[in-house]
Structure formats: C-alpha cells, structure tokens
Design a protein. Sequence first.
Length: 200
Amino acid sequence: MARYTGPKHKLSRREGINILDKTSGSLQRRLNIPPGVHGRKRKKRLSEFGQQLREKQKAKGMYGLYEKQFKKLFRYAESQKAETGELLVSLLETRLDNMVYRLGFARSRAGARQLVSHGHVLVNDQRVNIPSYQIKEEDLITISTKSQQNPAVLQAIEERKEFVPYVVREGASGKLIRMPKKEDLEVPFDPQLIIEYYSR
C-alpha cells in the first residue's frame, strides 16, 4: 500500500501551505521557510512547468497519494464526459479514507487512512480496508462497534461540529448525500494547472 512515511511538516513547508491539516504552532511559524539547509535563501521564480508540478504535488500531498495512484485517477477523470478538474476533485474527495476524515471520525487524513487499513470502517455494513475505495451517493459509512470506544475516535467525533455540505453524520455513522461540487470546497491547489501538467 503506497503511502508517504517521511516527515509530515516537510511536505507542507515545501508547498508553503498547510496541506496536511496540522495544527502545531511550530509548523505555522515555519510554513514560509522551505525545508533543507538552504531553505531560508530567496526562492527562485518558478517556470510554467514548475507551477504546474507544484500544484500536482500539493494535491498528492494533501490526499496522501503516490504518482501512480494519482495519475490513474486523473486519466479516469479525463476519460469521462464531465469537466475534468471538478471530477478529479470529486474523485479525490470520495475516497473512503477522505470520507472518514470529512465525517470527523479521525483528526487527519493519515489517521483516517489508518482506521480504514486496520479494518475499523464499515461501508453499508460490510468491512472495507481499502483507503482508495470510491464511495457512492447514499453509501453508509460506520465506525465498527469496537472502535467506537477508541479514545482517539471519540475525541475526533466530539471535536468535529461542522461538515462539508455533501455529507451528513449521526453518531458513529455518516453518508455521502451527493457528489462534491467545486463551490463546496476551497482546495489549496489549482485543478486547471494539474490538467495542463498531464497534457504536456
């Protein structure tokens, strides 16, 4: 299973934005300082290709995907009749690990991914341990009975009070009521530049 296991702060500092929803004060203070020994030196102006690459890297880092996974998802979105950029964001948002995060069962996407991988999540009463599983409208996502007693899960549920418009949660269950739209989210990357990157 492909996943990034290196320093999480490094990804956010490389992009200059908090793509991993980390709340630590040390990260907030260092976001404008790129990682590495020479991070404080003046950043070079990016070329057109460099800008496209950085937008792709932001999206990959945010959702925790490797290149092969991300490219496969993009090619699928590109092959459909819908608008490619909006469909790409929609596909990323409806991955099971991201839906567990959006429903507030975990405090981060990495934590949500771990819940799914360890078999703590049910989809329509069936155990699913594949983080990339695509959720469909009206699919019911539930935390297993045993995991509902997990202090980390209980804390995450207690903390999350506001939700994106396309999900609803009741207790330890939630569902996707409609597919995400572009106006529902403020993603920190530009889907159009990602399209241009893969269209080279």
